[in-house]
Design a protein around this ligand. Structure first.
Ligand SMILES: [Zn+2]
Length: 1026
């Protein structure tokens, strides 16, 4: 699966007048207003929101102070408490003491009553505990879906449920599913029938499998010998989404049986399972569409099944549909029969052996473009009016399929490969075997409106999903704790294949940027090992789909490939794929394949386990002593309490240390040694001026140097930066700013290093410098240090002035220079530098005068739209275009501009509309929230919105999902006050224990604390020298 991360570099925004919050800001509930022009002044309605409390100046007030103080502080700002969570108030009241600070002595009567109550309570608890059929296990008792409880579970009919664990027993295994579905797209319901051929691996009475949300009408059981159907009872245990079939006779080891289940269910209104959507076509006619998204746990909601990745089986799928629809599934269509009632039944060929999460089917009106590639028919599908945008995807897929087949030396095993653009889809894309599903924006390409970044996105996502046909589909992880084996590999192959066949796209720049961001997340205490043993509940499984599984996984493979050589790497993964085709594996199986090629000269398993089984990564400290280089390692940990050392001080990694020194052409000279102890020595043949460790940043670690070496490197960058590669330069910028965050180097030295940027022409170093300085800008700006923030922008501007002046408003140049242009002009316009805004506005008004028909340069289109969106007329015009346009690429640029407005009423309206899902699809909501939260007025509003709509968000996107992770991080990561910390903490505490325990919530709290710590440490220094 490709989680949707439209996290392109966002640059600092314009200053906002300090008067912004001097009076109660109006918030119009525009959601109540259906028209396209949401800002008619006479429709204004006040709706104050909770976190307005946390505006500038209030940061010093702590929420755990006396409630009256708390309220009066807010009242000073003219705020209402109507929407404040009651839990916060209660917790404040509960801790209130007497005025003298002591507790009053209780009377004898009070003591007597208390004792009685306690005795009664103990009696009730004991009675409940010892009751046979304990009600603790009924749904509702364990809202947090905790791992196994020792108490016997009770089925919905009151009988004992024979299985108490979340994981299924292994006594019975499915061999083949025969599934018939009849969806009704207007009533949004479906009827289903599944016949499962089973084999007993041990003698047992019970068949336990997954099923959720089904009305099961009939279950029959048959042995292979008698072939006589017997109707049997079914027990349901919704807490674990399991059902149990009690067989009429003992299932014998090695024997085969058949189970047939008939049921009906609703087509889901979320993005999960078999879900339905409606959309309007070109002529504004309402259309219906149904698709599936099963990974990780939703196949069970479409049909009863053994819904764990290791239970691989084959599938025969039949779908009944209305004539005007097309039905697609994993395999090619075998037959189409018109039934008596006028419906058509499509039957698909029996699938290869695969996991349930890869099963897929789609019913809707679609058109396609196809091409044969050595016996495999590749087709790109879209809704009919967008068929003109599929050509690029087809060409890209054909090239990539060819590449992968020869690189892995294994043919793609199916006769067809469909890639379908779904009109509403939560993830970026999904790798269902033979039926890849995408958002429209990750598959469709429109030459007039898609920028170079859009082209890269489409190419990368296709490369990712195609790689999964081998990594994930052919060879699958045993369990979700190793999901990095799927996602890390697919992500690695995505960049690797692009570099090999679309080298001009410079995708290495994106991979480098992704590594920087991933390490930032991995340096937090809330991080986790990518191969974790404690993954069981649905939230824990959902949470494994985070950027660490994807990008840390990919980064570790890059490190290994660079260390072992490309040749050994390729041969090892070919062996791995050959040895484990159609089976399920653990991480160790992968390392074993590598060890077969290293001839015991290197124990890859031992080395890589240090990276996959522990969280975080090493900080390597380097010191020069003559010809000797002393190196040592420790964990790089951004600790919220710096005085406390990380508990895992004993962490040790086996680190491939690569390096370059002055005077050596390192690209031809492999200087690598393995540091597998706390410290070590590298002996050079001559004394050097400087050393740069972690060549091209292929290693997953940060490097810190002694003062003299930092100075020598900074000097080298000023004299001639091009001695080092652009990756190395970006790496130095990243490392020095991260080290400044840790307090290992001064912020001043970090700025000293980027002083060379005046001579920088490459995209990666400039992007990284802008990203790092933007983080600082954001903290200063959100805390109200507007003057300081402005001085920071001027400092950065002076460094990049000449590069900005050289830019033109065109699409000319290589993809990399085009992206640099987009980044630089966006920065300049956001800060009204160099007449940038005036130029952008002129382009915008010319475009508007042509009624949006004149074509704009695609790479700067967002910047132009943002300038226009700042005007009243521009914003409305953009919104009208958003609703009527057919290019997702253009719509996304418009949406980003709309969400970058400084008008809180418009921003609130956008978020509300996206939650409704009609005018703006709900799939865009997390992007809108994150965009809104980047800017000053919006960052308070976005958090308010998340709080108010939390239950709807969780219902739509699932607790723990990538989208929820992205919404939580996006709406809180710029907070830096104690008041915000308390507020975020109290809000999540008041939800459920499972919510508060979510890793993304813990991460959000940690990030706020680190922001506070950073400001405390650096504010004075910044004020002094900036
Ligand atoms: Zn994936």
């Amino acid at each position: 699966m490709e989680p949707f991360t439209n996290d392109r570099l966002q640059l600092p925004r314009n200053m906002i007048e300090n008067s912004m919050f001097e009076e109660e800001p109006d918030v119009v509930d525009l959601a109540k207003e259906p028209c396209l022009h949401p800002l008619e002044p006479d429709e204004v309605e006040y709706e104050p929101r909770g976190s307005r409390l946390l505006v500038r100046g209030l940061g010093e007030h702590e929420l755990d102070e006396d409630e009256e103080d708390y309220e009066s502080s807010a009242k000073l700002l003219g705020m209402s408490f109507m929407n404040r969570s009651s839990g916060l108030r209660n917790s404040a009241a509960g801790y209130r003491q007497n005025s003298d600070g002591t507790c009053p002595a209780p009377s004898a009567r009070t003591i007597g009553v208390c004792v009685c109550i306690i005795l009664l309570a103990v009696a009730i608890i004991l009675a409940i505990y010892f009751l046979p059929r304990c009600t603790f296990t009924k749904e509702g008792c364990h809202k947090n879906n905790r791992p196994t409880e020792p108490i016997q579970p009770i089925a919905t009919n009151g009988k004992l449920f024979p299985w108490a664990q979340i994981r299924l027993p292994t006594a019975v295994t499915p061999v083949r599913y025969d599934l018939t579905l009849h969806p009704n797209l207007t009533s949004m319901t479906f009827r289903g029938s599944v016949t499962i051929s089973l084999q007993a691996l041990q003698a047992t009475w019970n068949i336990i499998l997954h099923s959720t949300g089904h009305n099961i009408s009939r279950v029959t059981f048959m042995t292979a010998v008698s072939s006589q159907e017997k109707e049997v009872d079914v027990l349901e245990y919704p807490l674990h989404e399991q059902i149990a079939i009690v067989a009429p006779e003992t299932l014998l080891e090695g024997h085969n049986y058949t189970l047939k289940i008939e049921y009906s269910a609703n087509i889901s209104s979320s993005y999960y399972g078999f879900y339905g959507i409606s959309y309007r076509d070109e002529s504004n006619e309402k259309k219906y569409f149904a698709a599936t998204q099963f990974e990780p746990l939703a196949a069970r909601s479409a049909f009863p099944c053994f819904d764990e990745p290791a239970f691989k089986a084959t599938f025969v799928i039949r779908i009944k549909r209305d004539e005007q629809y097309t039905a697609l599934s994993n395999m090619p269509k075998k037959s189409s029969v018109v039934l008596e009632d006028g419906l058509v039944q499509d039957e698909f060929f029996e699938s290869v052996k695969m996991s349930t999460y890869l099963v897929a089917f789609i019913v809707g009106e679609m058109k396609n473009l196809s091409q044969d590639v050595n016996g495999t028919l590749v087709s790109i599908y879209a809704v009919p009016e967008k068929i003109g945008q599929v050509q690029h995807a087809l060409e890209t897929t054909v090239k990539l399929l060819d590449f992968y087949q020869s690189y892995f030396e294994i043919q793609y095993p199916l006769k067809k490969l469909d890639l379908v653009a779904i009109p509403d889809f939560e993830a970026g894309a999904m790798e269902n075997w033979g039926l890849l599903t995408f958002r429209e924006e990750t598959l469709l390409y429109d030459a007039n409106t898609s920028s170079v970044a859009d082209r890269k996105l489409v190419t990368k996502v296709i490369a990712h999903e195609l790689a999964h046909q081998w990594f994930g589909n052919l060879v699958t992880m045993q369990w979700w704790n190793d999901v990095w084996l799927n996602e890390g590999f697919a992500t690695f192959m995505e960049y690797f294949s692009l570099e090999k066949i679309f080298g001009e796209l410079s995708s290495y720049e994106d991979f480098l940027d992704a590594r920087f961001k991933t390490m930032k997340k991995d340096s937090l205490n809330s991080s986790h090992p990518i191969s974790s043993s404690s993954v069981e509940s649905s939230e824990q499984i959902e949470e494994m789909f985070d950027s660490l599984s994807y990008f840390k996984g990919a980064s570790l493979l890059l490190m290994l490939k660079t260390y072992l050589s490309e040749d050994i790497f390729q041969h090892a993964i070919i062996l791995y794929l050959h040895n484990h085709s159609y089976t399920s594996i653990h991480s160790d199986d992968l390392w074993d394949s590598f060890n077969e090629f290293t001839n015991k000269t290197l124990d890859v398993k031992k080395m890589m386990r240090t990276w996959t089984l522990q969280k975080g990564f090493p900080l390597v400290t380097v010191q020069r002593k003559g010809k000797q280089i002393l190196v040592q390692q420790e964990r790089f940990c951004l600790n919220v309490k710096p005085e406390i050392q990380p508990s895992d001080a004993s962490s040790l990694w086996h680190i491939p240390l690569s390096y370059i020194t002055d005077g050596k052409n390192y690209s031809k000279h492999r200087s690598v040694s393995l540091l597998d102890k706390k410290s070590g020595v590298i002996n050079l043949t001559e004394e050097v001026q400087w050393i740069k460790v972690n060549t091209n940043m292929t290693g997953y670690y940060i490097v810190h140097y002694a003062d003299d070496n930092w100075e020598a490197l900074i000097k080298q960058l000023k004299i001639n930066p091009y001695v080092l590669s652009d990756k190395d330069r970006a790496n130095l910028i990243n490392n020095i700013f991260e080290l400044a965050g840790l307090g290992k180097v001064s912020l001043q030295r970090a700025f000293d290093l980027i002083d060379y940027l005046r001579n920088e022409t490459y995209t990666a170093p400039i992007s990284e410098a802008l990203f790092q300085t933007e983080l600082i800008y954001n903290l200063l700006d959100k805390l109200g240090h507007v003057d300081l923030a402005s001085r920071l922008v001027n400092k950065v501007f002076k460094l990049l002035q000449s590069q900005i002046q050289q830019q033109t408003w065109t699409d000319e140049g290589t993809p990399s220079t085009r992206e640099l242009r987009s980044v630089l002009l966006d920065f300049a316009c956001a800060h009204r530098l160099e007449n940038c805004s005036a130029a952008a506005l002129k382009l915008f008004f010319d475009w508007m005068a042509s009624n949006g028909t004149q074509s704009l340069p695609t790479d700067v289109m967002t910047t132009v739209f943002k300038a226009g969106a700042k005007t009243e007329g521009g914003w409305s015009f953009l919104l009208s275009k958003y609703v009527s346009l057919g290019s997702e690429a253009e719509k996304n640029k418009i949406l980003e501009a709309l969400a970058s407005s400084e008008d809180v009423r418009k921003l609130y309206w956008l978020m509300k509309k996206s939650l409704d899902g009609d005018l703006i699809r709900t799939q865009k909501l997390s992007f809108i929230i994150r965009t809104v939260a980047r800017h000053f007025p919006g960052h308070l509003l976005a958090w308010d919105f998340v709080k108010e709509n939390w239950s709807k968000l969780v219902q739509k996107f699932h607790l723990g999902s990538y989208t929820i992770q992205s919404i939580v991080a996006g709406s809180t990561h710029l907070f830096a006050t104690k008041a915000h910390l308390s507020e975020v903490q109290a809000f999540f505490e008041n939800q459920s224990e499972a919510t508060f325990r979510l890793r993304c919530v813990q991460e959000a709290l940690e990030v706020i604390q680190l922001n506070m710590q950073w400001v405390e440490k650096n504010l004075k220094t910044l004020t002094y020298w900036l």
